[in-house]
Design a binder for this molecule. Structure first.
Ligand code: ASP
Ligand code: MG
Length: 392
């Protein structure tokens, strides 16, 4: 008998009918004799709506209270799914992250999983129940409810799969596989059968929203293979694992982050930049380029004010002391992505199409191209054509 952990994303449990559909799929697995643990996300836009609700009172709600509030979204999904399962004759019980034994650090709204103690989950499985767990949440070492950062239900699923030594960890979502690029932007994008942890983590970090980077890292550390597939599709999906079988292409995919902030500061202002870098939660990169330090961040950290006179006139303004620009970042990912020919080829290709590359950074398994705001999607289409192509 196999132990299976399945995670369903928010769009897959959005309404009554979809919850029932998930329930039938889960019940099918259970009736084949498997032990099934289901992790669910909050329905649809619930998490965003809850945050907006809090911000109607203040711009700076207490992080602890935000966690209490946001974790409620997953409670709704988990209890409804358990009710739906029981209603069709499949015995189920739901647990919050805390009840499922997800222990985290105390960093509210962006906590890290430290340990999983799934005693209650195991006991309920032994009793023959399907266990439904609210994703994205845990309990801190200080016994407060925490959440794991946006997209954190993926992390819950992988952490539980590792703790239960599951035979299968499935992330089921509204997209039926990991693609070489977002198919909504690049119609020629292809589904990837197998991808290594390193490339998947890079794609996730650089904008592919299908799986949270943290979850991939967790899977890598515990050697868990993740199967990503559509919640409502029979397509084979993608397996994320240590080493894909067969010859892996040097470039596996492209990702895009729109509307980021590029900051370039002359080195004399090193202290100011370092304080910005310190405050920024997750800079995409930090580079020392000539006499300047440059970073790309998703948004300015609270309290960081860019001086009014920061040049905003694109590349020509790059001699000013402080430059702040809204940009798009297109990334090429794969073991060969950081090679010089790829980077220079990409820049030349973009230039031919009239897009100026503000900065390029090639490191490890990716090449990042910082482009003017609004040009990212077209650039991604173009680069997909030249680096991945239409057929294989
Ligand atoms: N509901 C949370 C979010 O919207 C967690 C998740 O969906 O994984 O980010
Ligand atoms: Mg997600």
């Amino acid at each position: 008998m196999a132990v299976i952990v399945q995670k369903y994303g928010g769009t897959s449990v959005q309404d009554h009918e979809l919850v029932l559909r998930v329930a039938h799929r889960v019940a099918g697995l259970r009736s084949q004799g498997n032990d099934v643990v289901v992790v669910v996300s909050a329905r649809g836009e619930t998490t965003d709506r809850l945050m907006q609700e809090a911000r109607r009172f203040t711009d700076a709600p207490e992080q602890r209270e935000l966690d209490m509030l946001m974790s409620a979204g997953e409670r709704i999904s988990m209890s409804l799914l358990a009710i739906a399962l029981n209603s069709i004759g499949c015995a189920a019980v739901s647990f919050t992250g805390s009840q499922a034994g997800i222990i985290t650090d105390t960093r509210h709204t962006d906590a890290r999983v430290l340990e999983v103690r799934p005693f209650r989950v195991v006991r309920e499985l032994e009793r023959g129940n399907v266990v439904v767990v609210g994703g994205f949440q845990g309990v801190s070492t200080a016994k407060d409810v925490t959440t794991l950062g946006r997209g954190g239900s993926d992390t819950t699923a992988v952490a539980l799969a590792a703790a239960l030594k599951a035979d299968l960890c499935e992330i089921l979502t509204d997209v039926d596989a990991v693609y070489t690029a977002d198919p909504r932007i690049v119609p020629d994008a292809r589904a990837i059968d197998e991808i290594g942890y390193g490339d998947m983590a890079e794609l996730a970090r650089l904008g592919a929203r299908i799986l949270k980077e943290e979850a991939v890292r967790f899977a890598e550390r515990s050697g868990i293979a993740i199967h990503i597939a559509g919640s409502n599709s029979d397509a084979p999906g993608t397996i994320v694992l240590k080493e894909p079988h067969g010859q892996e292409p040097a470039i596996v995919g492209l990702s895009l982050l729109e509307d980021q902030i590029f900051l370039s500061v002359r080195r004399v202002d090193h202290d100011r930049m370092m304080s910005w870098v310190g405050a920024a939660a997750h800079p995409l990169f930090v580079v020392h380029s000539g006499d300047r330090i440059e970073i790309v961040v998703p948004g300015l950290p609270p309290g960081v004010v860019v001086p009014d006179d920061a040049a905003k006139d694109g590349v020509s303004g790059l001699s000013a002391d402080v430059v702040a620009m809204n940009v798009d970042v297109v990334s090429i990912v794969g073991s060969g992505a950081a090679e010089g020919v790829v980077v220079t080829g990409a820049i030349a290709e973009l230039e031919r199409s009239g897009t100026n590359c503000i900065r390029s950074v090639a490191l490890g398994r990716s090449a990042l191209l910082v482009l003017p705001l609004g040009s990212g999607a077209r650039a991604k289409l173009l680069l997909h054509d030249s680096f991945i192509g239409t057929g294989q």
